[in-house]
Design a protein around this ligand. Structure first.
Ligand SMILES: Nc1nc2c(ncn2[C@@H]2O[C@H](COP(=O)(O)OP(=O)(O)OP(=O)(O)O)[C@@H](O)[C@H]2O)c(=O)[nH]1
Ligand SMILES: [Mg+2]
Length: 314
């Protein structure tokens, strides 16, 4: 595959996944920015559109103020407004675009988040992608309460052809993770992905359990887990803000994964989260297939969202 066709696949999956949000933003901007001078009314309408897309109050206000500073009372075209917004948005997002470094044997990655956010699916997709790159991957079903949770991950393990570690029903998750890590060290794996049980961020006992899993893991290596990735369902919009805060209080969240962007017209939540927490955003989930987990690229995200990507897809 040439680099060009690879890129095409990359961008088209992302743009297909962001379609609902892109349509909403581009249709909104098209009706607001008719060929005339950039006045206060137009700025208010743009701000409302950004707010409706879950970009968040502070960020929306700042974006519009910059637009005002740059172009107030001048004639603007739709493309000019989009390009100005794109520039500012890229400045917010690009610093948060980082790769996951797989430079340990193994790099230990915890997937955490509330029930149903997409942890298991994302674990499966990552395992498949890394395995396909030739990495030695092992996954752990650390949700020992639900038999169905183990079965769900087993399906992904089969698909990706990676070993799965599982415990007996209701066994101690921390003990399972400890043993799996030992096993992974022995096998010199490149990656150990731990799919933890979904937990309500408001339930302190479950958050305590998660802390215990981390503490026990650190007995084998004080630097582990190397990544604690908070998986967030983009459909729940503003509520993700509270989830980040509460998970950050419990564990050392060092990156975000946003899932189900294909199901929402409010992908602006990615921008709000980026601007609020400045945490790296590692991946975006844009569908249920293995390939529908895309490494985060701020520029590509913004260009798709604003419908500026036609040149890149050409
Ligand atoms: N459309 C779409 N669906 C997704 C995406 N990611 C996950 N899902 C679906 O969301 C549902 C929940 O995903 P899971 O991976 O089971 O979520 P979880 O966080 O492991 O859930 P618990 O283990 O119950 O906490 C499943 O039906 C997934 O197929 C995505 O990016 N797009
Ligand atoms: Mg799960």
């Amino acid at each position: 595959m040439t680099e060009q066709t690879e890129n095409k696949g990359w961008f088209s999956r992302l743009s297909a996944g962001l379609k609902k949000s892109t349509n909403r933003i581009t249709e909104g901007l098209t009706s607001i920015v008719t060929k005339r001078k950039l006045d206060d009314e137009m700025l208010t309408d743009i701000e409302d559109l950004l707010l409706a897309a879950d970009v968040g109050y502070n960020t929306s206000h700042r974006l519009v103020s910059t637009l005002k500073k740059k172009r107030f009372q001048q004639e603007v075209t739709l493309d000019e407004v989009k390009t100005t917004l794109a520039e500012d948005l890229s400045n917010i997002l690009q610093p948060l675009e980082q790769p996951i470094l797989i430079d340990q044997q193994p790099a230990v990655i915890f997937m955490v988040g509330v029930n149903g956010s997409g942890k298991t699916t994302t674990t499966g997709k990552l395992a498949s992608q890394w395995k396909a790159e030739g990495k030695k991957v092992r996954i752990v079903a650390a949700d020992t309460f639900r038999a169905a949770a183990v079965e769900q991950l087993a399906v992904w393990a089969d698909r990706a052809r990676v070993p799965l570690e599982k415990g007996l029903q209701d066994s101690d998750a921390a003990a399972l993770v400890y043993m799996s890590y030992e096993n992974s060290l022995k096998h010199k794996d490149d990656v150990l992905i731990v799919d933890t049980a979904g937990r309500l961020h408001t339930k302190s006992t479950l958050m305590e359990e998660l802390k215990k899993v981390v503490r026990v893991t650190q007995k084998l290596n004080p630097d582990a887990p190397h990544y604690t990735l908070l998986v967030l369902d983009s459909n729940i919009g503003q509520n993700t803000i509270q989830q980040v805060k509460l998970f950050q209080e419990a564990v050392n969240v060092n990156g975000l994964i946003l899932t189900k962007l294909d199901g929402t017209a409010k992908a602006g939540i990615v921008i709000q989260l980026a601007d609020t927490f400045k945490l790296p955003i590692f991946y975006l989930g844009v569908g249920e297939g293995i390939e529908d987990l895309r490494p985060f690229n701020g520029q590509a995200f913004v260009e798709n969202l604003l419908g500026l990507n036609s040149i890149m897809n050409a």
